[in-house]
Design a protein around this ligand. Structure first.
Ligand SMILES: *Cc1c(COP(=O)(O)O)cnc(C)c1O
Length: 236
């Protein structure tokens, strides 16, 4: 990568930090309570290192294969790593011990596999439950109506610890409130926190991407996941 590209990433991370701080202040929150995850898909190890040097809190990867390749290249050294993409049960074993948080746990079945693999490794794996807050056919995630019963069952697994909720909401229609789905997530988060399940610490609400992270913060997001806002457009 060129020096110019490095400078751009540095600038964009600084800009994102500023906007996060403004949105937090406007909501009466502290900027340090919001974790900035760089969504690093399609960006090579050098660009990932540039984002880490620029001060992102966490790297987030979508694909297991891509994560393993960059992990081998020591792309994430010195930075916590989250998994944020679609996860097949047969790939769980590759993540255990490498990621501090699996954000995209979209079913009880997947949670059970993570529990089993974490037990083998002798660890307890932190996870977030991904909610299909827009009830979209095309998306994975736990149906909001089933969230409480699923959470109760996951709470019984001894080798996972639920740390909160994650969502990739649809874009609201022009006639809908811009924060419609973020508000719904926030309400679910508060309601589940109030239940005080054993083994569950609800301290993470992961929502908001490049296009809408300031709105997400105003609705209580504690983790925002930024790709294009840091790295520019992805070239598929
Ligand atoms: C790619 C991705 C992001 C970041 O998307 P941008 O719109 O580029 O900020 C966030 N979360 C997940 C799960 C992603 O796959």
């Amino acid at each position: 990568m060129t020096e110019e590209e490095r400078r751009q990433i540095e600038e964009k991370v600084a800009q994102a930090r500023e906007r996060i701080a403004e949105a937090a202040a406007a909501a009466g929150r502290r900027p340090e309570d919001i974790t900035l995850v760089a969504a690093t898909k399609m960006n090579d190890a050098d660009r990932v290192r540039a984002a880490i040097a620029a001060g992102v809190d966490v790297c987030g990867e979508n694909r297991v294969q891509e994560l393993l390749e960059k992990y081998e290249q020591h792309a994430y050294d010195g930075c916590p790593l989250h998994f944020i993409g679609t996860l097949q049960t047969n790939k769980v074993k590759y993540l255990i011990g490498k990621v501090s948080l699996i954000e995209s746990v979209s079913s009880l079945k997947l949670a059970r596999v993570i529990d089993k693999e974490a037990e083998k490794a002798g660890i307890r794996q932190d996870i977030l439950l991904e909610v299909n807050i827009g009830r979209e056919e095309s998306k994975l995630g736990i149906d909001p109506d089933e969230l409480f019963s699923v959470t109760e069952q996951i709470a019984e697994l001894e080798h996972v610890r639920v740390r909160g909720l994650m969502a990739i909401p649809p874009k609201p229609q022009p006639n809908q409130e811009k924060t419609l789905y973020f508000d719904r997530m926030s309400k679910l988060f508060i309601d589940i926190s109030a239940k005080k399940y054993d083994n569950i610490t609800m301290d993470c609400l992961s929502m908001g991407m490049s296009a809408d992270y300031t709105e997400a913060i105003s609705c209580g997001a504690t983790i925002v996941r930024l790709g294009t806002a840091i790295f520019g457009a992805r070239h598929y």
